[in-house]
Design a binder for this molecule. Structure first.
Ligand code: GLC
Length: 632
């Protein structure tokens, strides 16, 4: 250990230099291409270097130790014991100060990663659930202060729980200080956004852009009388898109990112990354520059705060999503995590149709068996709606009409399709394209709400089994399973949002209920309750998973053909063994030939999820309705 303060500083600076050397090319090869011809490039480069060194000097000692630990164990987030929990601070526990007292509950469930839903200071409501940020340096005052935030991240770290927070990269609230200055005509800040004197260019862009919120916020541009400008507003009117072609925007965002890292954030969730770069004549989504920007941001973190990883939110088709996990020239250098939207969509699609053929095709054809330095965030539900991201081409491969299948799924999950077990609400119906998205909690979509309303014990059992099968699926397919707050207690839809003026227009609030702590008590005390069955089921799945080395995300996932439309199967292959996971998406009993299991390397047939040896009836292994079995 260095003896004096001066040598300690020199020693630390030397570490910074080594990390800067390591990521030099990852960073500057991107920035040169993005901004090399910008007149301020030299000034920008120096400022970025200074900002990185300053952030490193500010980095608390315990976080530097964590940097070292994670440099030594770079697979920390890929391990089979990683499991996440996603919640709004106010809806889960009120304020940040109360997070520590809830950690026992989370640890008991098997959680070691928490996502605090948007917690930076948003504009006053409506603020898109916090995604309209007016100050990235402050915490939402309703949740507490930056000190409370640091206390919460410290408490989590001491318990071995990583913290994820949202960082909205694509836009700021129109009340952000930069936007206010831009609006007053300050040319420096006007260049932070995309502002136009008349609608000539906006109209040209609109020809190829899509509508994100067609009901609430039609169009991608907004006219402001006071400043006589059109402003690019992809999402809501109050969310102004940033101009990432300006290196100053990169610098500002890099500083914000490092500040959050130094406050104890482990995972930065980059919001709406697909929209960061605009190009005339395109959808302005997932342009190559998005990946250059994200690689550069990744490199900045690797230099200053290597303990931190990046989760990229790109809810797009599989082919468009995978590059966010680093493909081609960005291999191993871009996002560490990205949402596995397809798995989520395919789960609900297969469940509605009791048919896994589309799922088997999509998962096998589009997803590589493994990724470099990266894995998926797997989930069944999140705070957003479900968009039926099934392409016409994929549907056609298995004999489906894409348009009709998507319409069926919306009708089914809205509860309108005859015989549907589900209860949800539409989100942003677009009559022009026929696109209908769906809101609803996991439990309500899986049939629990209707079953409870009808007092139907058998239907309740089936709904519980669907919920548990889904969780076993996201726990086994590769990646960090994210449990969305309340799903562990099977919370049903919250219709109260209709009475909240700031929420009533946005059906996503249907599945953003308040935490049900009374339900959590029931789960502990009444073992026959639905709450207990779901809680113990999910807890059991996570506990089992933690002990199965084959579930490490670095080991390949192989999608298997079962020849049985009701069954979806995958294998996790490690050099020392395999696990074959089988899921029955139908509500009837079916069977797998024993020879099928043998063919896939399973000679003993032990279901490690239930713990039992699997009975074989004359060469066939019976599979119960909505069964989830992990054969080892
Ligand atoms: C992301 C968020 C969503 C939000 C949008 C705009 O998609 O998940 O909730 O509306 O970004 O910030």
């Amino acid at each position: 250990m260095p003896a004096t303060k001066k040598t300690a500083i020199e020693f630390n600076d030397r570490i910074f230099d080594l990390r800067r050397e390591r990521s030099h090319d990852d960073l500057w090869s991107m920035l040169d291409r993005l901004y090399g011809t910008h007149p301020d490039y030299a000034k920008f480069s120096k400022a970025l270097d200074r900002a990185m060194r300053a952030a490193w000097r500010d980095r608390p000692e315990d976080l530097r130790l964590l940097d070292l630990k994670r440099d030594l164990e770079p697979d920390w987030f890929q391990r089979p014991d990683m499991a996440g929990y996603v919640f709004y601070i106010d809806r889960f526990c009120g304020t940040l100060a109360r997070v520590p007292e809830k950690l026992d509950y989370l640890a008991d469930l098997g959680i070691n990663y928490v996502h605090f839903m948007p917690c930076l200071k948003p504009r006053p409501a409506p603020n898109d659930g916090g995604y309209s940020v007016m100050d990235y340096g402050k915490i939402n005052p309703a949740y507490g202060t930056m000190d409370d935030f640091e206390a919460a991240t410290t408490a989590c770290r001491e318990r071995g729980i990583s913290v994820c927070v949202d960082m909205v990269l694509n836009h700021t609230a129109k009340e952000h200080a930069w936007a206010k200055k831009a609006r007053r005509g300050d040319p420096k800040y006007a260049d932070y956004y995309l502002m136009f004197d008349d609608d000539t260019l906006p109209k040209q862009y609109e020809r190829t852009l899509v509508e994100i919120f067609p009901n609430d916020a039609p169009g991608n541009f907004t006219w402001y009388d006071d400043c006589q400008k059109w402003v690019w507003t992809t999402f809501n009117e109050h969310q102004w898109d940033l101009n990432w072609a300006n290196p100053q925007v990169f610098l500002e965002m890099a500083k914000i990112m490092l500040n959050l890292a130094n406050r104890g954030v482990d995972v930065l969730r980059f919001d709406a990354v697909a929209f960061m770069w605009k190009r005339m004549g395109t959808r302005c989504q997932s342009e190559p520059e998005c990946h250059m920007l994200l690689q550069a941001l990744r490199a900045v973190c690797r230099i200053v705060a290597p303990a931190v990883i990046h989760l990229e939110e790109a809810i797009v088709s599989p082919a468009e999503m995978l590059p966010y996990l680093g493909r081609g020239e960005h291999d191993g250098r871009e996002g560490n995590l990205a949402y596995h939207n397809s798995l989520m969509v395919q789960f609900w699609s297969a469940l509605a149709s009791s048919d896994t053929q589309l799922m088997t095709y999509v998962m096998g054809a589009h997803f590589p068996p493994n990724l470099t330095n990266a894995t998926y965030a797997t989930y069944l539900r999140c705070h957003d709606d479900i968009g039926w991201a099934v392409t016409d081409e994929d549907a056609a491969v298995v004999g489906l009409n894409g348009h009709l299948h998507r319409a069926f799924l919306s009708d089914f999950y809205e509860g309108a399709f005859p015989g549907s077990f589900s209860k949800g609400e539409l989100f942003q119906y677009n009559p022009e394209t026929g696109d209908k998205r769906i809101s609803g909690t996991c439990a309500s979509l899986a049939g629990l709400e209707k079953a409870l309303d009808a007092n139907d014990a058998a239907a309740t059992d089936r709904a519980v089994d669907r919920i548990l099968m889904g969780h076993a699926l996201i726990a086994s397919s590769g990646g960090i399973p994210l449990i969305y707050m309340g799903d562990e207690l099977a919370l049903t839809n919250d219709y109260g949002y209709h009475d909240v003026p700031a929420h009533a227009h946005d059906s996503r609030w249907l599945h953003r209920p308040m935490m049900d702590w009374a339900g959590a008590d029931i789960a502990r005390t009444d073992l026959n309750s639905v709450q207990a069955r779901v809680w113990n089921g999910i807890r059991g799945i996570l506990a089992r998973r933690a002990g199965v080395r084959e579930f490490h995300a670095a080991y390949p996932t192989e999608i298997l053909q079962t020849g049985n439309a009701a069954l979806f199967a995958l294998a996790r292959r490690a050099p020392f063994g395999s696990v074959v996971c089988v899921y029955n998406f139908s509500d009837y009993w079916t069977a797998l030939p024993q020879s099928w299991l043998v063919q896939h390397g399973m000679t003993h047939h032990v279901d490690i999820l239930s713990g039992g040896a699997v009975a074989s009836d004359r060469g066939a292994v019976p599979i119960a309705p909505y069964a989830r079995a992990w054969f080892s």
